[in-house]
Design a protein around this ligand. Sequence first.
Ligand code: BES
Ligand code: MN
Ligand code: ZN
Length: 488
Amino acid sequence: MADLPSVTFTDSDLDAIASAEGHVAVFLPESGKMDVMARRVNRLTKGALARLAESERFQKLKDGQAVALAYPTGMAAEAIHVIRLEKRARGAAAREGGATFGAVLGQLGGLILAPGLKGLDDVLLGVLLKSYRFDRHVTGDDKTSPGGVTVMTSDADAGAGFETVRALAEGVCFARDLVNEPSNVLTTTEFATRLEALSSLGLKVQVLEEPELEKLGMRTLLAVGQGSESPSKVVVMEWNGGGKEKPFALIGKGVVFDTGGISLKPAAGMEDMTMDMGGAGTVAGVMQALAARKAKANVVGLIGLVENMPDGRAQRPGDVVASMKGDTVEVINTDAEGRLVLCDVMWYAQERFEPVAMVDLATLTGAVIIALGHENAGVFSNDDALSKAFLSAAEAEGEGAWRLPLGAGYDKQLKSRVADMKNVGGRPAGSITAAQFLARFVKEETPWIHLDIAGVASLKTATKLAPKGATGWGVLALNRLISNKYEG
Ligand code: BES
Ligand code: MN
Ligand code: ZN
């Protein structure tokens, strides 16, 4: 769905550089040593690159940062972007280098001069991720379609890894599109329709409607949605790229809008609750990426789709509701709705699929933003090895993640007078007691991670690889975790 720039590869043709239009990227290492294409740009611009390489400004650049030379003499280009990058650079620096270019591309598009760059795949992932725009609701001149990118290399199979790069970028941008979409557009029904469309990639997609959820006994999930005109749904997406082994399960909170329900949120900032389906967005993005790159693993993604509205039929504070597991919950605060959705979907996932491991993602608590800000998602786990594997995958992808504790002491805060548990544990350690609530719905034998992404799913400022708004946090880390653990 996301309108990402097209990328094509061409063989080295030095004579074509002078007439290239739009934006041109060249790479220079710290030493200032130029490759053949940079030498040609230098000659055309009568030594501008060499002077830049000698300058203090260039010396002060960090890897991946660039200086733009606008309307250069001797070339047809709009601008030359001189990006500082070592030839062997991979990972974060190479992605940033690409992102610097992706940020300026606009509808003009451009040419990347990259003979023998080792981290070309990372550069291109950076280009695609940072060129992302969410402008489908903008009309007139502000609406643009991205220009194409041509990559000139001397390496005949430079494009070999690009299919994977595009699969990952599309997964991240699918998640971003879902999170950025306003809630009058992305209703539970529209969300399910967009997921059903993934079946064209070979995913098996099933939508469970309210009568089936009722039969399954998913009362806590249904109670959250009962005040909304939009029907509650659970979507199951299966990718079977592996052998006969049980799948890895991803569970996402898909609250398409969170007013708080009868425990209504204050007006200021309530519009941000369009992103309360961020967990579901990330799960959808991972599933799309796995299918697009034909991952050799079995993974199932389950998403609980509801809208939390105040209404004559809405659930009340004080209501007691039975979960699918059978445990009863006293709903003290209808704004602590995410856990009520997740607990039923998590239980269902374990009953139906007996997963080898389970990761749930949710914009679950404001408290995790107080604890970790917008730099790190909260990580909670009952399994040290799985948790370590996830943290290292997240680090490799530059997605901030920090483990927080679980413990019986915190669990006591959930004690209810009238039911098996309350849905809130009071102010102290709000993110931990939310995780403790979920932990009650994890079977002894299931290795599990809960990711509280309230602080990282959507931001007011741009990041290195994303413009303002939805980040797609977690798609790359989970893709890497799956690839490391199940495709090795
Ligand atoms: N969706 C919110 C959490 C949230 C807050 C997400 C800010 C993104 C940004 C969640 O449903 C919620 O309302 N949580 C309450 C829980 C409380 C009532 C125990 C909260 O954090 O205040
Ligand atoms: Mn809420
Ligand atoms: Zn919520």
